[in-house]
Design a binder for this molecule. Structure first.
Ligand SMILES: Nc1ncnc2c1ncn2[C@@H]1O[C@H](COP(=O)(O)OP(=O)(O)O)[C@@H](O)[C@H]1O
Ligand SMILES: [Mg+2]
Length: 205
């Protein structure tokens, strides 16, 4: 999860996608690279186990490939890496990724703010390994959201479905849960499961 702008939903999506992945049988480790430690805080709140959440300090980011190898040797099948809302120092995390998810709200300011991250990824030769996630979307139908989605889809860089702004996401994180654990039958849970399916399909391709 990477984009310079804060508040677009990197940590929120990381938490729920980690859980959704585990629910499909993956063995998930989540690494928190953000000095703010929000994802690690979520991990500490969890009463349910099943997901290992670990903090990576700024000076360890260069060792991320070795850390990922270690996780793999310990049986992890998915490593989900949450990064800080700044670009500084995150490049080793980007280049180590099979897929970089870039959450953006469907607004021009968010899309413009994503540009440096996207340019870095393209510069790393990762054009086919990035996907934007439209997050905190207004309740559908929204002509504006659809217009952004259509443009990104045409460029082949849209992860689907978009994730609507729903209080379940906030309540789930506050409870140390993924949204599929917090409200399994809710629409937020359905969207997150579908997004994980999209990601899994993309990564296996
Ligand atoms: N889909 C969503 N629905 C409702 N609230 C959301 C959603 N995604 C994120 N939020 C809220 O937006 C704020 C920023 O999210 P966060 O995950 O901390 O972003 P980032 O990690 O990119 O800084 C938080 O208050 C979070 O609860
Ligand atoms: Mg965050």
């Amino acid at each position: 999860m990477a984009v310079q702008k804060g508040g677009t939903g990197k940590t929120t999506l990381a938490a729920s996608l980690a859980v959704a992945a585990a629910e499909t049988g993956e063995s998930v480790v989540a690494f928190d690279l953000d000095p703010q430690g929000s994802l690690a805080g979520w991990g500490a709140l969890r009463r349910k186990n099943g997901i290992v959440v670990d903090r990576i300090q700024a000076w360890e980011i260069g060792q991320l490939p070795e850390i990922l190898d270690g996780a793999s040797e310990s049986g992890a099948t998915i490593a989900l890496v949450d990064t800080a809302g700044t670009a500084t120092g995150a490049t080793p995390a980007l280049s180590a990724a099979d897929l970089v998810l870039v959450p953006v709200r469907p607004s021009r300011l968010d899309l413009v703010a994503a540009r440096p991250t996207l340019q870095t990824l393209v510069g790393l030769g990762m054009r086919s390994r990035l996907a934007l996630v439209l997050n905190q979307c207004p309740p559908p139908p929204s002509a504006r959201t659809e217009a952004y989605a259509a443009q990104l889809r045409a460029l082949g860089v849209l992860a689907e479905p978009g994730i609507v702004q729903r209080v379940d996401h906030q309540d789930a994180v506050a409870a140390g849960l993924g949204v599929t654990e917090y409200a399994p039958l809710g629409q937020a849970a359905g969207e997150i499961r579908a997004l994980w399916d999209w990601i899994a399909t993309k990564m296996s391709a």
